[in-house]
Design a protein around this ligand. Structure first.
Ligand code: K1U
Ligand code: ZN
Length: 177
């Protein structure tokens, strides 16, 4: 089991655009296993490769209550989105402690590949639809706070930068002991 460090907003690497996966090999399988371990450990219901500083189109999701229904989406595309929208209070492992409402299409049809490179299409609604769209935004370099007002976003940025400085100071103090 390997846990990967998760980038924290406002790290500029969260804004990189992920490239499509072309090699469905052992390295990809290991990345997916490590991402799943990291998501379950956090805990989260999704994780995009961008968040662990790997800029390839890979997502893991598990929205089940039993936490045993891992879904792996490689090179995902939204091929249809409903006109009706829903607002959901979103969170993000890269923006710890912050939750806010984001409006998105309530249903989407997704085309993506599995670990063997085989293409699948499926319909998502409810939390799965929210999570897929949130994770696909990460692959495009977009973090959910970018849907919020500039005032809210700046407050979040300042709060997380302060926390980051404090974390770094605590670590330095520990290392110096
Ligand atoms: O992308 C991420 O950082 C993961 C994020 C996914 C997400 C949550 C809510 C709405 C949209 C997308 C999270 O998992 S945040 C943590 C969370 O919501 C949660 C954690 C454990 C159990 C249930 C929810
Ligand atoms: Zn996120």
């Amino acid at each position: 089991m390997a846990l990967l460090p998760i980038l924290r907003y406002p790290d500029p690497r969260l804004h990189k655009i992920a490239r499509p996966v072309s090699a469905f090999d052992e390295r990809l399988k290991k990345l997916v296993e490590d991402m799943a371990d990291t998501m379950y450990d956090a805990p989260g219901i999704g994780l995009a490769a961008t968040q662990v500083d790997v800029h390839e189109q890979v997502i893991v999701i598990d929205v089940s209550e039993t936490r045993d229904q891992l879904q792996v989406l490689i090179n995902p595309e939204i091929v249809w989105a409903s006109d009706d929208l829903q607002v959901y209070e979103e969170g993000c492992l890269s923006v710890p402690g912050i939750y806010d409402g984001v409006e998105r299409p309530s249903r989407v049809r997704v085309r993506s590949a599995d670990l063997l490179g085989k293409t699948h299409e499926f319909d998502a609604e409810g939390l799965m639809a929210v999570c897929v769209q949130h994770e696909m935004d990460h692959l495009k370099g977009k973090v959910f706070v970018e849907y919020l007002s500039p005032l809210k976003r700046n407050r979040i940025k300042t709060k997380l930068q302060k926390e980051e400085r404090e974390l770094r100071r605590d670590k330095q103090a520990l290392d110096a002991r």
